[in-house]
Design a protein around this ligand. Structure first.
Ligand code: SR1
Ligand code: MG
Length: 418
């Protein structure tokens, strides 16, 4: 079927012609279709059978433009092909955290998946102050499994280079290059500023020599370091979770890039949630301490568990390969040193990318609801400014920071834990 942008009205008939949907829906006469997408790029529909509420799926379709801007900003709908392949690749290593695919069509640029509406988007639930006791364990497993098994450490060189080729993602990488690493750091017309954010606060980011050099360095790494098949947009809006389960969705930005970009996206988003709850916990009528402590603890556990799991996979791999490279008296000790060098480098990349992701959400076009939906604009500007200043410190001083505890202390120095 040639590409057609689906509408709510068209979906029941479209489904009735798909054999795969006959395995899920007992009839197509009374389907309820709702558009639920709140992302910047695509349309997402939840389809439920009014006659049997356990029969439901989610449908995601790419449109040939950037949804957040409109049809004036063309964007190839073929990005869905990358998303489908990335979901498949991630589920090879981590099926428990990737939604099951029931059907996909490259021609229609769509995928039909498990309905995760009983899970909820993580960002919205964090804004509401909900706890997820298993999240750090789940997401650190997802990160370690997907990133390790698509890296040069695990793959043979030919297989890895073929994957690099298969996941060339020019258009979506350009969105990141522009909207994460460039426009927010210049006086660009696409930027959107809170009117209460002062000019000098914006200039402290856009005209600071050390910061400009550091962000340019992170952009260079993003564009040149093909370390692993990364998700490419792993913020808290790309995760669906409930207390028991966690799913990573939306990998349309996937490509071979730096591992720290995924880990940093997640940590940067949790730091912004931490700052936002200086205000939000009061709105919720709670004492802020307990929830904000949980957010910081979660950041620490995510990092530490990710490193533990990644390193364990690495050691297992080396043991099973029985390589001669470290096969000498002090080889084990030297191999450990190599891992430490790699992991410190990865940590400092993670901080640099987290910082860019934080600052772009304040100055750039695409915001995060945690902060942007704060109604009191002066209060919002206060939190935006602490986000900018922490971002600036993280990216410019990343090479002097050696532990996640130092990052947590830095966050507390910008926004006291109370
Ligand atoms: C125009 S920027 C749109 C943003 O939405 C996506 O979620 C990515 O983060 C992208 O940068
Ligand atoms: Mg997305």
């Amino acid at each position: 079927m040639p590409y057609q942008q689906l509408s709510v009205e068209m979906i029941p008939e479209y489904f009735s012609g798909l054999p795969e949907m006959k395995n899920i829906f007992s009839n197509f006469n009374n389907l309820n279709v709702r558009e639920v997408g709140d992302g910047n790029l695509n349309y997402v529909y939840l389809v439920t059978n009014n006659d049997a509420s356990n029969e439901s799926v989610a449908l995601k379709q790419a449109v040939p433009f950037l949804r957040i801007v409109g049809e004036s900003w063309p964007l190839p709908k073929e990005r869905m092909t990358i998303e489908i392949k990335a979901l498949q690749k991630a589920s090879e290593w981590c099926p428990q955290h990737v939604p099951e695919i029931y059907y996909y069509s490259h021609e229609m640029s769509l995928v039909i998946m498990k309905d995760l509406s009983t899970h909820g988007v993580l960002r919205g639930q964090l804004i509401e102050g909900q706890y997820f006791a298993k999240f750090a364990d789940h997401i650190s497993t997802y990160l370690a499994e997907t990133l390790f098994h698509t890296s040069d450490i695990f793959l043979n060189p030919r297989e890895k280079k073929e994957l690099v080729r298969d996941f060339i993602n020019i258009d979506l990488c350009q969105i990141t290059e522009d909207f994460v690493f460039t426009h927010p750091f210049e006086q660009n017309e696409t930027n959107v500023y809170n009117i209460e954010l002062k000019d000098f606060e914006i200039k402290s980011i856009q005209e600071d020599c050390e910061l400009k050099i550091a962000v340019a360095e992170m952009k260079r790494k993003f564009m040149t370091e093909a370390q692993a098949l990364i998700h490419g947009d792993l913020h808290t809006g790309s995760i669906m979770a409930n207390e028991e389960e966690t799913y990573v969705i939306d990998p349309e930005f996937a490509f071979y890039g730096p591992i720290g970009f995924d880990v940093g996206a997640l940590i940067g988003n949790f730091l912004m949630t931490y700052f936002s709850h200086e205000h939000r916990q009061n709105l919720l009528g709670r004492e802020p301490y307990q929830y904000r402590k949980w957010l910081l603890d979660t950041i620490e556990i995510i990092w530490k568990e990710f490193v533990n799991k990644f390193e364990l996979l690495w050691v297992e791999q080396a043991t099973s390969e029985q390589s001669l490279y470290w096969a000498y008296e002090r080889g084990e000790e030297h191999f450990k040193k190599q891992r430490d060098v790699f992991l410190l480098d990865l940590f400092q990349d993670t901080l640099g990318f987290a910082a860019c992701k934080m600052m772009r959400r304040i100055l750039g076009l695409a915001k995060v609801a945690d902060i942007a939906d704060i109604r009191d604009l002066k209060e919002r500007a206060r939190i935006e400014n602490m986000t900018l200043q922490m971002g600036k410190k993280l990216v410019t001083e990343r090479k002097k920071i050696n532990s996640i505890e130092e990052v947590i202390d830095l966050a507390k120095s910008f926004s006291e834990l109370r």
